[in-house]
Design a protein around this ligand. Structure first.
Ligand SMILES: [Zn+2]
Ligand SMILES: [Zn+2]
Length: 336
């Protein structure tokens, strides 16, 4: 039996609002025993070529991705749409959709900086610039990192963040996001797999049915904001609409609270083919932050198997073979 695949399918880097660059993430992934990492920076596929070039060095398959900041007008809620499986940084439909969004976000952060300055709050702009150096935009995480040395998860950080950026704070401002349906369309047009991210975070499970009609491929099941209740809801919806389930840590390095690989999917390969479940092998991947302790034992959805297989093939070698064997064996009618 070949070794299982461990895939963290939701990871941010310095290209958006993460603190670690591709190399740092992949080095950590290799240490943790992850076989696949999907880079899903906000509203951009920038840097994926560089990430692809690094995968052989770390023996970790890179899945090209994105997380689009979208809006669902029908329910008046935010919606994050993940795209997976991009082979290059050439994504014209996504660029056309997300380029103006990045500009709006940039303008908002500029305004937030001006707000801080006009209220006499001292902000080290050089430091801020260093944090945002590789990013395609300026994020409030960069501003916060320049404002305080308190760790992201600390009460001090959260208090400062909420008082400035939420609850009527001087930096609170919202920008129009793109329509969730357009996000799915753009991802599909550019050849990606479209996945509704963490529906538990925005309680937008109702969006699944509407997006499924447009070609949604999957739903994120394992995520720091989800527990057994959300897993069950996602599973139900995935079965109903024949979608696959994904999982990821939503890793942001020091600019977030979850550890790389803490939420992921495991795909068994070889003779015990076609099961996806949160890992049970404490000690192999990430001993301290396992998402839960039970395999769900369901078959790999063919779409997910193809996704992992295609990305593995690009890297070549052992991973591709493992993925291909798995892809050929799954039951075609059994969503996760
Ligand atoms: Zn998100
Ligand atoms: Zn995310």
């Amino acid at each position: 039996m070949e070794s299982p695949l461990y895939a963290d399918l939701h990871v941010h880097t310095t290209i958006s609002d993460g603190s670690d660059d591709f190399e740092e993430v992949l080095a950590q992934a290799a240490t943790l025993g992850l076989t696949h990492v999907a880079f899903t920076n906000h509203d951009t596929v920038t840097g994926l070529s560089q990430a692809f070039d690094l995968q052989e060095r770390f023996n970790v398959t890179v899945i090209g991705g994105i997380e689009i900041s979208a809006w669902d007008a029908a329910e008046n809620t935010k919606a994050h749409i993940i795209g997976l499986g991009f082979e290059s940084e050439r994504a014209p439909a996504i660029q056309a959709l997300c380029g103006p969004l990045l500009e709006r976000r940039f303008a908002k952060t500029r305004w937030q900086i001006e707000q801080l300055q006009s209220h006499g709050i001292k902000l080290d702009l050089d430091l801020l610039g260093r944090y945002a150096l590789q990013s395609t935009c300026l994020y409030k995480q960069h501003v916060m990192a320049a404002l305080t040395e308190a760790p992201h998860g600390s009460a001090e950080y959260q208090r400062l963040y909420r008082s400035l950026f939420k609850e009527g704070g001087i930096c609170e401002r919202h920008i129009p996001y793109v329509d969730a349906r357009d996000a799915v369309r753009a991802i599909k047009e550019d050849g990606g797999w479209a996945v509704l991210a963490h529906p538990g975070q925005f309680n937008n499970f109702g969006l699944v049915a509407r997006l499924a009609r447009l070609g949604l491929d999957g739903i994120e099941k394992y995520h720091p904001d989800h527990g057994p209740k959300e897993w069950r809801k996602v599973e139900q919806l995935a079965t109903e609409h024949n979608l696959f389930c994904t999982g990821g840590s939503d890793y942001h390095g020091a600019f977030g609270d979850s550890a790389l690989g803490s939420h992921r999917i495991q795909v068994d390969t070889g003779t015990d083919k076609g099961t996806v479940h949160p890992s049970t092998d404490k000690g192999t991947v990430h001993p301290s932050t396992l998402v839960c302790g039970q395999r769900d034992g369901s078959s790999v959805h063919p779409g997910l198997a193809v996704l992992l297989d295609e990305c593995g093939s690009r890297q070549g070698g052992r991973r591709a073979n493992a993925g291909r064997a798995d892809a050929g064996s799954v039951h075609p009618s059994s969503p996760i």
